[in-house]
Design a protein around this ligand. Structure first.
Ligand code: SF4
Length: 219
């Protein structure tokens, strides 16, 4: 076997060693991006090699500790969240993101990475509900190929808004899991975000809808 194939096999083994059960915050985040993407993830998952490598690189870089609590699990209302870092003295929740495109400013974060903001709002809500003090949330973007590889995005989540988001996504999650594949949203196009970054784009737009729905009957 060539070394590159051996490397790929090891990467897959490392990434797949953790068995995931239950509803995770990352599931709810996918759902907030596109219900159809969430459906594919659950019923017919597909991970391309670039995504695998990025996930593996992220897993290694996540080992850097930035708070007194690091890589810990929070559970609330049957949802599981895995939080990167939390500084209890400052009340700050930190999520590290290893990206191929480093956002230039806050507007860029809000446009291209709004799902990560959603993720932090969900973590924030779950932490508050389980007794933590959280004042601020921070996304720390890293692109190791840039001269200035870091960008921070700090915000103060609203409790009411985060609670509403959590409850509505959780309710939607259960419904879609048991449904047939959702329609492509009318505002989406294959050439724009989020479809242009989605690993399901070819299948989603070109696979015959009847075939997809037939597959759904078997899940
Ligand atoms: S290609 Fe677009 S519509 Fe299809 S699953 Fe992906 S994000 Fe959703």
């Amino acid at each position: 076997m060539s070394l590159s194939r051996l490397f790929i096999r090891q990467v897959i083994r490392e990434l797949c060693e953790e068995k995931r059960e239950g509803i995770h915050v990352s599931d709810l985040v996918n759902l907030s991006i596109c219900a159809r993407k969430f459906w594919f993830d659950k019923h017919d998952p597909q991970i391309d090699f670039d995504s695998l490598l990025r996930m593996w690189q992220g897993k290694k870089l996540h080992d850097i500790r930035l708070g007194d609590m690091h890589e810990f699990e929070v559970r609330y209302d049957d949802v599981i969240g895995r939080i990167d870092d939390y500084n209890s003295e400052l009340g700050i929740l930190i999520d590290k993101k290893f990206v191929s495109y480093l956002p230039r400013d806050d507007k860029d974060v809000e446009h291209y990475y709004s799902h990560y903001i959603t993720q932090l709002k969900l973590y924030y809500y779950m932490m508050i509900m389980t007794g933590y003090y959280v004042k601020e949330a921070c996304l720390l973007f890293v692109n190791v190929n840039e001269k200035q590889p870091f960008r921070e995005y700090i915000f103060t989540p609203s409790f009411d808004e985060s609670e509403k988001l959590f409850k509505s996504l959780k309710e939607k999650d259960i419904k879609i899991l048991n449904d047939k594949i959702p329609e492509i949203p009318s505002s989406f196009s294959p050439y724009d975000y989020p479809c242009s970054y989605c690993q399901y784009r070819p299948k989603c737009y070109y696979l015959d809808a009847t075939e997809v729905n037939d597959n759904a009957k078997d899940v």
